[in-house]
Design a protein around this ligand. Sequence first.
Ligand SMILES: [Zn+2]
Ligand SMILES: [Zn+2]
Length: 664
Amino acid sequence: MENERKTLDDRAKMTELERIRHSCAHVMATAILRLWPDAQFAAGPPVESGFYYDVDLKHRIAPDDFPAIEAEMKKEIKANNVFEKIIVTREQAMKDSESGRLGGLTERPGNPSKFKLGNLEAIPEGEPISYYKNGDFIDLCAGPHVMRTGNIGAFKLTSVAAAYYKGDEKGPQLQRIYGTAFKNKTQLDEYFKMLEEAKRRDHRKIGAEMGLFAIDTEYVGPGLPLWLPRGTAIVEELEKLAKETEFAAGYVRVKTPHIAKEKLYLTSGHLPVLYKESMFPAMSLLEEQDRARSEQLTRRKFAIVDDLLKLKSGPATADPERVKELEREAFEIALEQDALGEKYYLKAMNCPHHHRIFAAEPRSYRDLPLRLAEYGCNYRYEQSGELFGLMRVRSLNMNDAHIYCTEDQFAAEFNAVNEMYLKYFKIFGFEKYVMRFSTHDPARLTGDNAKFVNQPELWKQTEDMVRNTLKNSGINYVEVPNEAAFYGPKIDVQVWSVIGREFTLATNQVDFAVPARFGLTYRDKDNSNKTPLCIHRAPLGTHERFIGFLIEHYAGNFPLWLAPDQVRVITLNDDEALINYAKPIVHELRANFVRVDSDFSATPFKAKIADAEQQRVHTMLVIGGRDLEAGAVSVRLHGKGNIGARPKGEVVADILAAIKERRA
Ligand SMILES: [Zn+2]
Ligand SMILES: [Zn+2]
């Protein structure tokens, strides 16, 4: 959460780039104060792609003001002022807040540093209180910073938005000024070039151009993408890849319904509280055998109401015992009717269903590891303002699987999952990746702010297992404390697209708590019942997000195996001999499940090619008189042009091989 206070530990971990950016926020505040001395600053942290500072100011800062602010910032950077750390007492800090000195260039009588005062109060007793000073600007800040303002290599202000103090909508509205900063100008330029390229590759734009998906807000609903035929071709290729890969790795496939009773999620712990806000509201269902009973109860209820009315409006001698009796009956009827309806939920995750599949048959150690795989369709409630193309949706088709194993099997299973990731990275040409290994916080196992299941030994044991597996496999990983799932350590897999944009592909989780909640056991060699460990994994994430990412990664120019339009056979003109030569080629490709079509029309040849190029047809097989005579076809690749004529048998064989091998 952006508004959560950073601990001193978090701060110590700030990277060099984050220090540059946070320092740049101070420099921006310095500049704004030179232009508008009454400005009051709230929070100015580094964020994923830069920094911001929240400011309270009568003047509405607009992008038109950026050049003036940037010019002042440049002066401050050129002055190369030291970021000086000053430790103060709480009393001193209180005094300086009241005089308006904090987040200011001078004392400002009558204009106290009200937000700094609030920030000061949030600093726990006993934690040191420090200022950072550059030139005349003094800020209440725990740091860290770069040495001097001159260490900020290059920066740019990017946007302004509305924000609330500490994220509280009831609090004062502030202006949030965003900017970004880098070590040098080259990196800054590269960043903006990447953003420009990302805009050109926007998955919503390319998706519409290619006819991959549609979001029908009016009739189907926001965040519920419809896969059009071309998009479905990609969906099915990805499923095929996952199914083949998982089959080879010893997974078995299962299928589960999209809904389940409330009891399932009460058992898993997702309900009543933990996950409720991410789930669609419950549906109430009355089974038909209960419907008659329910109607009977309703009729009886009306009869009771009638009787009660008669009794109460009748002579005062009405039997009070009888009234009480009827009221008790009405109450019991209400209870029974309530119990007749059953609550169902759309599934927001597949695990609980899979756990019930594990429980469906007695399991022995011989059955383990049991790897249950499913392309499960999940529904999650996201706020409408959060929805974004395929990237943030409400229906998700997940490349899911749950691996139930013994402790002895864990390392090998976990390693195999990681290997599967690496295999996928290769196929899709992801060259840069990192696995973020999140562990628990031993201080939060018990007490009011407990966040993790209280099983200290299991935490240690599983975290050690994961850490060792990662170390031994030579996989690129970083360790992130305190961010595990409540039921076990997890790994977030991050990849970078060819244009250098970061993307969270998927999460692997170790689960040592939920199988126990479900009472899952297997019979071990010694005849005792043991609880299995469970690994949750989804290397290809969801179709929605993954394809959204792939569209940007490939700029819509998918490799042959994934391309919605793989091959088009195009004749030079509508000459019958050419058409007769071309037709069997189309048939042969189609018989081999290649997505192929043809253009034998009399349209000018150049226009036919332009058409195919525009539709991003991967391979164009062009046939003219010379090809016919030589028993050849001329091959043209989308975006690459003509690569020459070759014997037609060879070309067909090569196309089939490229698809089968999933060549890049
Ligand atoms: Zn600072
Ligand atoms: Zn799961």
